[in-house]
Design a protein around this ligand. Structure first.
Ligand code: SF4
Length: 382
C-alpha cells in the first residue's frame, strides 16, 4: 500500500489572558472559567483524543511527518495532559521517526519540568512567543511575561536539550521606533535560535487595539513600518538566517516543515476547536463552540470541496510566499498541465515588471516584490 505523508495540527484554545492585539480563537483563564466546566483542560483533551480517533481509519495509509500543537497557549496545559495526548497519537498513528513535532509555548506558562516532559513525549521543536524585548511594549501588548523571564525560560529550554527553537517577534507596534525594533532584532539574534518569525502588527476587529485611538494614533508611519520589514531581512541575513517565506527565517535545515507543508498545499488534518484541515481535496473547519466541542461534538462547518481552479490559485498564492517559489514540475504533476498554459500571461507580465523571476525549475518572487506581494498574488486569481 502506498503511504503518503500527513501533518496533524492540534488547536488548544486556552491562554492565561487575552493579548491586546489577538484575534485567535482562544480564551483567557477567566473567560474559560465562565463556561463552568469542571477540569476544562482535561475535558478538552479528552475531546481532542476522541476527534483524533475519528481519523484513525481514514489515515491508516498515512505516515505522520509533522505534528504542530498550536493555539492559544498549549503550554498552559498540565504536562500529564500533553503526555496523554502523545501516548494516544503514538499508539494509533504511524509517526515517522524523524517527524517534526512542535509545541507553541508562551512564557509565564512553562518551566523546566514542562520542557523535560515535552522532550519525553517526543516533542523536538519549540515555538516561543516573545513579540518584543522591551518590557514596556510587552505590557502594551498585554503579554504575561517580561523579557527577563523569557531569557530564563529560553535558557531552561536549551538546558533540557531543545536544539530547534523558533522565536516569534512583531514589528510596527504602537510607539515603536525603528531603533527599538532593531534592538529587538539584535537581542533575539544574540540568543541564536534556529528559527525566527517576524510579523507586522495588523489591527484586527474585536481586539482591544481595534478602534483604540491611543493605539491607532501611535502606530509607526508607513515608511517606518516598511523600513522595519526591510531591516528584518538585512539583520537576519547578516546573522546567517535564510528568509524562506515572507515572514519566516531559519538557519540552514531548520525551516519549519509543518508550515512549509501548508504553503505547499499538502494534506493535513486540524483537530480541536475551530481547526482547519486540508484533506483529500476538501478544506473544512471544526465549529467554534467550546461547550459543545467538549461535550463530544466535533462536526465540521465551512466544508469546501476545492475545485481544480481554486486549488491552482492557492497553489500559486501559497507557493509564491516561499522564497524558493513554485516548482513548475510540481504544478504539472498536480494538475496535468503546464504552468505556462494557465498562467503564462500573468507570469510574463510580472517578469517584465520585475516582480517575478523564472529559473530553470521555479517561478519565484523577486526581492523587490516582497513588500507588494499581495498585489502580485491577486493576479493569479483565475
Ligand atoms: S498568547 Fe497568543 S493566542 Fe494567547 S492571547 Fe496572546 S497572542 Fe492570542
Amino acid at each position: 500500500m502506498e503511504t503518503k505523508d500527513l501533518g496533524i495540527y492540534i488547536h488548544i484554545p486556552f491562554c492565561v489572558r487575552k493579548c491586546a492585539y489577538c484575534d485567535f480563537l482562544s480564551y483567557g483563564v477567566e473567560a474559560a472559567n465562565e463556561f463552568g466546566i469542571k477540569d476544562i483542560h482535561r475535558a478538552y483533551i479528552e475531546s481532542v483524543i476522541a476527534e483524533l480517533g475519528s481519523y484513525v481509519e481514514k489515515c491508516n495509509d498515512r505516515n505522520i511527518a509533522t505534528i504542530y500543537i498550536g493555539g492559544g497557549t498549549p503550554s498552559i496545559l498540565d504536562s500529564s495532559l500533553m503526555l496523554k495526548l502523545f501516548d494516544y497519537i503514538k499508539e494509533n498513528y504511524r509517526v515517522n521517526d524523524n517527524a517534526e513535532i512542535t509545541i507553541e509555548c508562551n512564557l509565564g506558562t512553562t518551566n523546566i519540568e514542562k520542557f523535560k516532559a515535552y522532550k519525553n513525549a517526543g516533542i523536538n521543536r519549540l515555538s516561543l512567543g516573545l513579540q518584543s524585548t522591551d518590557n514596556a511594549m510587552l505590557k502594551i501588548l498585554g503579554r504575561v511575561h517580561t523579557y527577563e523571564e523569557f531569557l530564563k525560560q529560553y535558557e531552561d529550554a536549551r538546558s533540557v536539550g531543545f536544539d530547534n527553537i523558533n522565536v516569534d517577534l512583531m514589528s510596527a507596534l504602537p510607539n515603536q521606533t525603528v531603533d527599538m525594533y532593531v534592538n529587538d532584532l539584535t537581542n533575539v539574534i544574540a540568543l541564536n535560535p534556529e528559527h525566527i518569525s517576524s510579523y507586522s502588527l495588523i489591527i484586527e476587529e474585536g481586539t482591544h487595539f481595534y478602534n483604540n485611538p491611543e493605539i491607532i494614533n501611535n502606530l509607526p508611519s508607513e515608511d517606518d513600518a516598511v523600513r522595519m520589514y526591510e531591516l528584518t531581512n538585512e539583520y537576519l541575513a547578516n546573522a546567517g538566517y535564510n528568509r524562506y517565506e515572507i515572514s519566516n527565517y531559519a538557519k540552514n535545515g531548520y525551516e519549519s516543515r509543518h508550515n512549509s507543508s501548508y504553503w505547499k498545499l499538502t494534506d493535513y488534518i486540524g483537530v480541536g476547536l475551530g481547526a482547519s484541515s486540508y484533506f483529500e481535496g476538501v478544506r473544512y473547519k471544526v465549529h467554534r463552540n467550546l461547550k459543545s466541542y467538549i461535550s463530544g461534538d466535533y462536526h465540521h462547518e465551512e466544508v469546501e470541496e476545492i475545485s481544480n481552479k481554486d486549488s491552482m490559485e492557492e497553489f500559486m498564492f501559497l507557493g509564491l510566499r516561499m522564497m524558493e517559489g513554485v516548482k513548475c514540475s510540481d504544478f504539472k504533476r498536480r494538475y496535468g498541465v503546464d504552468i505556462e498554459s494557465v498562467y503564462g500571461e500573468v507570469i510574463e507580465k510580472h517578469i517584465n515588471l520585475g516582480n517575478l523571476i523564472k529559473t530553470q525549475s521555479h517561478i519565484k518572487l523577486s526581492a523587490e516584490a516582497i513588500p507588494i506581494s499581495n498585489q502580485v498574488f491577486v493576479d493569479f486569481m483565475l
